[in-house]
Design a protein around this ligand. Structure first.
Ligand SMILES: C[S@@+](CC[C@H](N)C(=O)[O-])C[C@H]1O[C@@H](n2cnc3c(N)ncnc32)[C@H](O)[C@@H]1O
Length: 269
């Protein structure tokens, strides 16, 4: 898996946009109040922390220790989130859960393998929820300027192996041929404002410009980003309407499964 997000965690926690209350509320309605939810690829708790107020328990799982540390810090006082080191290849090692949510993380995983495992692990009513921005940042007002800087530093070429850009398959295409083929999609908008420091900090939250990837060029990169941004907008203030997509996927009809999060062997006639 490597050090995909090496050193990004504090920037991610501080500068990445949240999904807005309405989108989290939508997830909570799909899961139900008395549910245990796995947030896989939880990062610093972008979903886990606001969701925790609305469900029984959240298992917040991520392979990046820096992200988990930020999550624990931000969630101080929130008692029903368990922060666990793990990843999509070790789902069977986790405590049982009723539903799963993946926020901006499914494209890092072997999507078909994960869905096949979830078919074994989720109870009959289990929901697979995917949440993330409708457009992958290309609509951000500073994106053309930041692309120039990334080109200059030769860090524009990184694409997640299982993303639409790499495979031509959207998450909903993969879900459509999985056991969780019954889907509904909702889109929510919320307005965000950014100052210059936030836009510069945001750049260090991305995998392709992660501090670990830039190495000793972090200071040079942030300086170049800052210069481009000031040239673009000397006021240093941006407004942006973030669009969040919430995809809820279920099995088309109830099948014979236990309520314990494990598949029942077929009964003999
Ligand atoms: C872009 S962040 C998303 C964080 C948060 N869920 C959100 O919605 O903002 C993606 C996260 O997925 C994690 N990740 C990468 N590969 C993973 C895998 N195979 N299994 C679980 N998590 C993974 C990364 O460590 C990172 O924290």
């Amino acid at each position: 898996m490597g050090d995909l997000f090496g050193g990004t965690a504090p920037y991610y926690a501080k500068y990445r946009a949240d999904y807005g209350e309405a989108a989290i509320e939508h997830l909570a309605r799909a899961f139900g109040q008395d549910s245990g939810v796995l947030d896989l690829g939880c990062g610093p708790g972008t979903v886990a922390i606001p969701l925790a107020r609305r469900v029984r328990e959240v298992l917040a799982v991520d392979p990046d220790e820096g992200m988990l540390a930020e999550g624990r810090r931000l969630a101080s006082g929130v008692r029903n989130v368990r922060w666990l080191s793990g990843d999509s290849m070790k789902l069977r090692e986790l405590p049982a859960f009723d539903h799963i949510v993946m926020g901006r993380s499914f494209h890092w995983m072997d999507r078909r393998a994960v869905l096949a495992e979830l078919d074994d692990l989720l109870p009959p009513h289990g929901v697979v929820a995917i949440i993330g921005p409708t457009r992958d940042g290309e609509d951000l007002p500073w994106e053309p300027a930041m692309r120039r800087v990334r080109d200059e530093f030769d860090v524009n070429t990184f694409t997640a192996t299982n993303s639409y850009q790499a495979t031509g398959e959207h998450h909903h295409d993969v879900l459509a041929v999985s056991p969780f083929s019954s889907m509904d999609l909702a889109v929510y908008e919320h307005r965000l404002t950014y100052d210059l420091g936030a836009v510069v900090g945001l750049q260090l939250s991305y995998s392709y410009t992660a501090p670990a990837r830039l190495g000793d060029r972090v200071a040079a990169f942030t300086e170049a980003a800052r210069k481009e941004l000031v040239a673009l907008n000397p006021e240093g203030r941006w407004e942006h309407t973030a669009e969040t997509e919430v995809l809820i996927a279920r099995r088309p009809r109830a099948v014979d499964k236990s309520g314990q999060g494990r598949r029942l062997s077929p009964r003999s006639p």
